[in-house]
Design a protein around this ligand. Structure first.
Ligand code: PEP
Ligand code: MG
Length: 752
C-alpha cells in the first residue's frame, strides 16, 4: 500500500526530530535544535515556538530566524496577534500576507517586519493548548494544506516533548498544583442535583510513548486490529443485557455507525502514512476534530463530532491498553471531560459516580439525556475547567446554581456535605412515603404521575408511587437516532413502554420537535424565533404522514389496552380537531384491516399557548383531558425564553400574573369537569406545586425523583385554607409572592 502523496516530507522530518529526541539533552537545547530542523526542512526563514505561561500568556521559547534576544522576552496574550489567535481558537492559520491580517501585531524586538507569510499551528495535548509553532517566509508564500498537516504532525511531537520537559504549562501546573486554591466556575445545568466528591479526569491524558513509527506496515496492522477489537467491544456493550436497551441501544447503534465511518478512519490512516504511530495518528485526528468542533455552531454537528471524539478515545485505549477501570474510581467520583459520548457515560459504574462536569455539552445532547435518566447531576459549558482541575481535587457540583467549586474551603465542603446528607435522608424518608396516597390533610386526593422520555425511566414507575405516566415525551427517542424510526420500530418501542407500565396508564405526547429539539434527519426550518416557530403540532400537521405513522404505532402498541394520546403546542381549536381527525383516520384504517384496537382511547392536549385560555369551553368539549405545559406557557406569558440564563430569575412563576393565569385555567376546567394536570417543571417544585393545588389543580406530573417531596407536601397541606389565602394573594401588585407563600407554608408545618 502506498502512503499518500505528500507523506515522504513529514516522514523525513519526523525521523530527524526523533533522532534528536533520542539523543537526549536539556529541553531548551532540544527546542533550539528543533526550530532549526523545521525551518530547514520546510524551507522557511523563520521557525518559532511559543509556549503557554500561567494559563493566559504565550512566551517565545525558541526561534530560528527571529532576533534571539526576543526569546523568553516576547509575550503575547491569548488572542493577541496571529500567534495568540491560533492559540485562542486552537486552529491553524496559513497566510501569504500575514501583515494585512486584522489580528497582526508587530513586536519590534523580534525583527519580524521583513517576513510576509506565516503558517502556525497550535500545540495541543489532551484538549489543552500548550503553545504554538509557526514558520515565516520573506516572500508572499502560499503554504499548502499538506504543509499545514506536516506542521500539525510536528506540533504533536512537540506537545509530548513540552509535556515531559521541565518547562511549559504542564510543568508549571505540576509545580503549583498542590498550592492551587479554591476556584468557582460557572456552567449550564444539564441535569439537576448537587454532589460532593473527588475529581477524576475522563481522559487521563493517555501518554503515548512513541509518536514516530519505525514500521509503517506494522502501524497499519495495529490500527486495523484495534479497530476490530473496538468494534467487538462496542457490540458487546450493545448486547449487554438489562441496562442497555431501547433508546440506549439506538444511541449505541448510531455510534457504531460512526465507528465504521470511512472518512474518520481514512484520516487516521493518512496520518499513519505521514510517519506517525497508530496511537499518535488517532491523537492527531482527535486534535483536529476538537479544533473543528470549536468552530462549529450547529449543535447537531457538534454532537456528532463529540461522538467521534468518544470513539477516538476508545480506539486510543485499545491501542495503548489504558482504559477506564471502574475498580480504580474513587467511591465519590466527579468526572471531568471536554465532552463525553453516551456510551462513555454508561461505561462508568453508576454507584461510584456523583456528577459529571463538561467543558462542552448542551441540554439536548445525548449524554445529558442519559444523565437525566440516571438522575445524575451534570454541568456543561464550564469553560477551561480541565486546565484548572487536577485528579483527586475535592469538588462540589451544584447543578441547580450552575456552578462547580474546585478545592472548596472546609466550611463550604461541610455545608454542602450537610446539604447532601440532608437530601439523602429526606430521600430515604420520601421512599417510605411513596406508597402512601397523595391526599391532603382535608381529604382531597391529588393524582400524581410521572414524566418520562426514555424506556429506562419506566423502571422507576413501579417504585415511584406514581399513578401512571402523565407525560411521555416521545420526541426523545427520535432525537437520539440517526434516522426516522419506521412504524414497526415505533410500535415496538411504545409496546415495551406500555408493557413496563402494566396496569398504569401512559400519556403519549406526539412529537414535539422543532424549537430547540432538532431531529438530525429532518430539514431545519431555520426559525428566527424557534420556540414560537415551526414546531410540534404545526410541523406534524404539515407532515401528516409522520404524525399518522406515529399514531398508527401507538394504536398498534396499545391493542386491547388503554391508549392516552396528547398533542403538543395546540394554539387553536382547529389544530386539535385536525390532529384528532388524523387519529380517527388511523383508528378506522386499523379497524378496516381487522386489527385489534385499544380498549379505551383518551385524547387530550397540552395547554402551552396562552391563546387557548380564551378557547377553553370549546376545547373542553372536544378534549378528554388537558395538561398544562407550564414551561412553555410561562415563557409565552412573560415573553421570556425558558432556556436563557439571563432571564432565568427575571420573572417568577409565583407572581400574581402567573398564578392568576394558572388559577383561571383550573377554575374553568374544574367548572367544566375536565380532567386537568400540570406536567411542566412547576409541578415538580414543592412550593410551586403547593400553589398549584391551592389554585385548584388536582393532577400533577413530574420526574420520578420529585414525587417524594411533592407527596410529602400534599400530605401536610390543607387545601381549603390555602385556596382562600391564594385568592387574595393573586391580587397584590407584587413582583413575586414566593416569600409570602414560603412563610405561609413554614408557619403551617408544610415544609420543615
Ligand atoms: C412544558 O412546556 O411545560 C412541557 C411539559 O413540555 P416540554 O418541556 O417538553 O416543552
Ligand atoms: Mg412544552
Amino acid at each position: 500500500m502506498q502512503g499518500h502523496p505528500g507523506a515522504a516530507g513529514p516522514r523525513r522530518l519526523l525521523k530527524r526530530i526523533r533522532d534528536l529526541m533520542a539523543a537526549g539533552g536539556a529541553g531548551q537545547e532540544r527546542l533550539d535544535q528543533i526550530v532549526k530542523i523545521i525551518a530547514a526542512d520546510m524551507v522557511a526563514e523563520v521557525c518559532s515556538i511559543y509556549l503557554m505561561r500561567g494559563g493566559n500568556e504565550l512566551e517565545l521559547f525558541a526561534t530560528q530566524g527571529l532576533n534571539r534576544e526576543a526569546v523568553h522576552k516576547t509575550r503575547l496574550a491569548i488572542g493577541e496577534g496571529l500567534i495568540g489567535d491560533i492559540a485562542a481558537h486552537a486552529r491553524p492559520l496559513a497566510l501569504a500576507d500575514a501583515q494585512s491580517h486584522p489580528n497582526f501585531a508587530y513586536r519590534p524586538e523580534t525583527g519580524e517586519e521583513v517576513y510576509h507569510s506565516l503558517m502556525g499551528v497550535p500545540i495541543l495535548r489532551g484538549g489543552r493548548t500548550l503553545g504554538v509553532v509557526a514558520v515565516q517566509n520573506r516572500t508572499f508564500r502560499d503554504y499548502t494544506e499538506e504543509e499545514v498537516e506536516t506542521l500539525q504532525t510536528i506540533a504533536m511531537v512537540l506537545a509530548e516533548l513540552v509535556a515531559g520537559a521541565a518547562f511549559g504549562p504542564e510543568a508549571e501546573l505540576a509545580r503549583v498544583g498542590g498550592a492551587l486554591g479554591p476556584a468557582r466556575l460557572e456552567g449550564v445545568r444539564l441535569s439537576d442535583g448537587i454532589a460532593l466528591g473527588h475529581a477524576v479526569l475522563h481522559q487521563p491524558r493517555i501518554s503515548i510513548r512513541q509518536i514516530v513509527a519505525d514500521n509503517l506496515e506494522a502501524e497499519r496492522r495495529r490500527l486495523d486490529e484495534a479497530v476490530s477489537t473496538m468494534h467487538v467491544a462496542i457490540d458487546d456493550l450493545v448486547a449487554r443485557s438489562g441496562f442497555v436497551e431501547g433508546e440506549q441501544r439506538e444511541i449505541l447503534e448510531s455510534y457504531r455507525m460512526f465507528a465504521e465511518d470511512h472518512g474518520w478512519l481514512g484520516r487516521i490512516k493518512e496520518a499513519i502514512d505521514t510517519g506517525l504511530t497508530a496511537e499518535a495518528a488517532v491523537q492527531k485526528v482527535q486534535e483536529d476534530t476538537r479544533a473543528r468542533m470549536s468552530q462549529i455552531a450547529d449543535p447537531y454537528l457538534r454532537e456528532r463530532l463529540a461522538d467521534l471524539e468518544d470513539l477516538g478515545n476508545r480506539l486510543l485505549q485499545h491501542l495503548v491498553g489504558q482504559g477506564l477501570r471502574n475498580e480504580d474510581l474513587p467511591e465519590d467520583a466527579i468526572v471531568f471531560a471536554r465532552s463525553m459520548g453516551p456510551a462513555e457515560l454508561l461505561d462508568y459504574d453508576r454507584r461510584k459516580l456523583r456528577a459529571i462536569v463538561l467543558e462542552e455539552g448542551s441540554p439536548t445532547s445525548h449524554v445529558a439525556i442519559i444523565a437525566h435518566a440516571l438522575d445524575l447531576p451534570m454541568l456543561g459549558r464550564v469553560r477551561d475547567v480541565l486546565v484548572q482541575v487536577d485528579p483527586g481535587d475535592p469538588v462540589v457540583v451544584d447543578a441547580e446554581l450552575g456552578q462547580v467549586m474546585l478545592r472548596p474551603s472546609d466550611e463550604v465542603r461541610d455545608s454542602v456535605s450537610a446539604a447532601v446528607d440532608a437530601r439523602a435522608s429526606r430521600m430515604a424518608a420520601y421512599a417510605v412515603l411513596r406508597k402512601q396516597p397523595a391526599v391532603t390533610r382535608d381529604g382531597v386526593r391529588i393524582a400524581i404521575s410521572m414524566n418520562a422520555g426514555l424506556l429506562m425511566e419506566m423502571d422507576q414507575l413501579e417504585n415511584s408511587g406514581a399513578d401512571g405516566v402523565g407525560l411521555y415525551r416521545t420526541e426523545i427517542p427520535f432525537m437520539i437516532r440517526a434516522e426516522f424510526p419506521d412504524v414497526a420500530e415505533q410500535t415496538d418501542l411504545y409496546r415495551r413502554i406500555l408493557d413496563r407500565a402494566g396496569e398504569r396508564h401512559v400519556v403519549f405526547r406526539t412529537l414535539d420537535i422543532g424549537g430547540d429539539k432538532k431531529l438530525p434527519y429532518l430539514e431545519d426550518a431555520r426559525d428566527e424565533n424557534p420556540a414560537m416557530g415551526y414546531r410540534a403540532i404545526r410541523l406534524s400537521l404539515d407532515r401528516p404522514v409522520m404524525l399518522r405513522e406515529q399514531l398508527r404505532a401507538m394504536i398498534r402498541a396499545a391493542a386491547g389496552r388503554r391508549l392516552d394520546v396528547m398533542f403538543p403546542m395546540i394554539a387553536d381549536i382547529s389544530e386539535f380537531e385536525q390532529a384528532r381527525a388524523l387519529l380517527d383516520l388511523e383508528i378506522q384504517r386499523e379497524r378496516s384491516r381487522g386489527r385489534p384496537l385499544p380498549s379505551t382511547l383518551r385524547v387530550g392536549t397540552m395547554l402551552e399557548v396562552p391563546a387557548l385560555l380564551w378557547q377553553l369551553p370549546a376545547l373542553c368539549a372536544r378534549a378528554d383531558f388537558i395538561s398544562v405545559g407550564s414551561n412553555d406557557l410561562l415563557q409565552f406569558l412573560f415573553a421570556s425564553d425558558r432556556g436563557n440564563p439571563h432571564l432565568a430569575d427575571r420573572y417568577d412563576a409565583l407572581s400574581p400574573a402567573a398564578l392568576s393565569c394558572l388559577g383561571a385555567i383550573a377554575e374553568q376546567c374544574n367548572n367544566l369537569g375536565k380532567d386537568l394536570t400540570v406536567c411542566g417543571d412547576l409541578a415538580s417544585r414543592p412550593l410551586e406545586a403547593m400553589a398549584l393545588v391551592g389554585l385548584g389543580f388536582r393532577g400533577l406530573s413530574m420526574p420520578a425523583s420529585a414525587i417524594g417531596p411533592i407527596k410529602d407536601m400534599i400530605r401536610r397541606v390543607k387545601i381549603e385554607s390555602l385556596g382562600r389565602y391564594l385568592h387574595d394573594l393573586v391580587r397584590v401588585p407584587d413582583h413575586s409572592v414566593r416569600e409570602k407563600l414560603r412563610i405561609y407554608a413554614q408557619e403551617r408545618g408544610i415544609f420543615d
